[in-house]
Write a protein of this length. Structure first.
Length: 567
């Protein structure tokens, strides 16, 4: 004989931590996937999840419909106080004979005794408590099969629901992210890039005679399956952006018609100057965690809207603790600097291949100097020493960069790096590209749940995103400097694309920015080998992957932060 479960919220006992019904299916499929969603606020769409979202649009609107013998309720909130369960049923059918049948909608095929059975059974258990009558079975509607699959809610399945509920609650209480599964489930998981289940041994950061800097590509690399979304840049003054259902409507002044862009394909919006946004669009971007950045017409940063804070507060707490620990901070900063110097050396070696004899000799000499600087990072015992090594390497890098640029005769030759403000076209282009890269990296830190203002190499200053600047360092040579070299050496920019202000500062014109932004969007789609992830990753997603590697190190899953280096 069994007795009903006691309600823990009664009798002064501690109230149960609520577990969502959808979390049961995620945990049954993969505990780490569930942890990433619940603890880190991470979720990545792919074709399957998008199909599921479209499928649920029809049933997620609350309401009820009646037929002769069946009343159908849509988006019905359900709960069970005894087990601490809460959630929403896609569809609940109330039959004339008294039967209650929850129907869970899925876009894929129904897998017998699969994770979805646990979610459907949990709905039945909640309905039993709410309606005070047995619910002996549930149903799963498969859009792929286009039919229902009845699930008997027997004792064994009920026990699986209770065990899974306890496991999810323990996950929430401990806030400890489970280890990756690294099996066949990862192949069809939309969050494989966030999880990085199968990491390879990272190559040594410092070069040695036994291992040259440039290596052959390992076999067996797979292309990343996460979709690289676009950033919408708007610089036409007076443009009006509004929300139109799930799309963004753009109206350009003095231009007939309008442009409609699907919001699902846009991951960020950047506005230059006087651009109008409707309140509805701003609210939708905040809800979707789609950052909106406001810039002056000349490209100076003004503000950024990010929506709710992402991720687990314990991850940020670990980040703050690592910043306060001198040795931990120095270790991360060393590797960031080593990654930057190695990538600087890589682009110089690549550039020396096509240089004439005299510049080639200077470029190779600079590469040798950078190799010495790279080795010196491992012996730095303080951040001041490390910053000194990084500064010397940067001067060597930019001095050699002058021999790699072949601009038009009307564009002054690049001699040295200057900024705030830049006073020549090449420096103006470098500064603008660094701004594009900074926005990409800042968004990656926010997406993963890290605090972009608590860094390790750069100091803390009000309004300065120190971590974004840290993570930028290893990408500057390959993603920014090489991008600038490509634009100039291909003669894509002309003197007419730059303008000089009365104070002597040089900046891009509207047409120049349009050319750079278009090329940048294409540049972000170029794939690069990622040795640790064991796959090819688009340039636009590399900062996200690196931010996740840093998060894994801060959580104690990796012994050190491993920078990305080109090969």
């Amino acid at each position: 004989m069994t007795t009903p479960a006691a309600n823990p919220s009664q009798g002064g006992e501690k109230e149960l931590l609520q577990v969502s019904l959808s979390a049961l299916e995620h945990y049954a499929y993969c505990p780490r996937q569930c942890g990433l969603i619940l603890l880190e606020g991470a979720f990545t769409d792919d074709a399957a999840t998008i199909r599921g979202t479209h499928l649920h649009q029809r049933v997620d609107t609350p309401g009820n419909k009646g037929r002769a013998t069946v009343r159908t309720l849509h988006a019905l909130p359900v709960w069970h106080d005894g087990h601490g369960l809460t959630g929403i049923c896609d569809t609940v059918e109330l039959h004339a004979d008294g039967r209650i049948l929850p129907v869970e909608h899925k876009s894929g095929r129904c897998i017998p005794a699969g994770p979805a059975d646990i979610q459907a059974a949990a709905q039945a258990i909640c309905l039993e408590a709410m309606f005070h009558q047995p619910v002996p079975e549930a149903a799963i509607f498969s859009a792929t099969d286009r039919r229902r699959h009845l699930i008997p809610v027997d004792t064994a399945l009920r026990n699986r629901v209770i065990e899974t509920t306890r496991a999810v609650r323990a996950l929430l209480e401990t806030s400890h992210l489970p280890k990756p599964a690294a099996d066949n489930r990862c192949r069809r998981c939309s969050m494989a890039t966030d999880c990085m289940p199968s990491t390879r041994r990272h190559p040594p950061i410092h070069p040695s005679p036994q291992r040259p800097l440039l290596t052959h590509r390992p076999t067996g690399h797979r292309r990343v399956t996460t979709e690289l979304l676009n950033t919408l840049y708007v610089q036409t003054q007076g443009a009006d952006l509004r929300l139109e259902q799930d799309s963004l409507r753009v109206h350009i002044p003095h231009t007939p018609g309008r442009q409609i862009l699907p919001l699902r394909r846009i991951n960020a919006i950047v506005l230059y100057g006087h651009i109008d946004l409707s309140t509805e669009l701003i609210g939708r971007c905040a809800q979707d965690r789609r950052p909106v950045t406001w810039m002056t017409r000349g490209g100076r940063y003004l503000a950024r809207l990010d929506g709710a804070v992402h991720g687990n507060v314990l991850l940020r707490h670990a980040q703050h603790q690592a910043h306060a620990d001198t040795e931990a901070r120095l270790s991360i900063a060393r590797n960031i600097t080593a990654g930057k110097i190695r990538n600087s050396r890589w682009i110089l070696i690549r550039a020396a291949r096509d240089a004439t004899p005299v510049p080639k000799a200077r470029i190779r000499a600079a590469a040798d100097t950078l190799a010495d600087s790279l080795n010196a990072t491992s012996t730095c015992t303080s951040l001041d020493m490390l910053m000194g090594t990084e500064g010397n390497a940067a001067r060597t890098h930019f001095a050699a960069l002058a021999d790699t640029i072949r601009p038009t005769e009307d564009i002054p030759a690049f001699t040295h790096r200057n900024r705030r403000p830049p006073t020549d076209p090449v420096n103006a282009l470098l500064s603008y590209t660094y701004g594009l890269l900074r926005g990409l990296v800042h968004g990656a830190a926010e997406q993963v749940g890290l605090d972009p203002y608590i860094g390790f190499l750069h100091g803390i200053r009000p309004g300065k995103p120190a971590l974004a600047l840290d993570l930028m360092e290893e990408f500057r040579p390959v993603l920014a400097d090489r991008f600038v070299l490509t634009l100039l050496n291909r003669r894509q920019l002309r003197p007419a694309h730059f303008e000089t202000t009365p104070g002597g500062a040089v900046r891009l014109t509207d047409e120049g920015r349009k050319i750079v932004i278009t090329a940048w969007q294409d540049w972000k789609t170029q794939t690069w080998e990622h040795p640790l992830a064991g796959r090819d990753v688009p340039a636009g997603l590399l900062p996200v992957v690196q931010a996740r590697i840093l998060a894994r190190h801060l959580r104690g899953e990796l012994p050190a932060y491993l920078p990305w280096t080109a090969a």
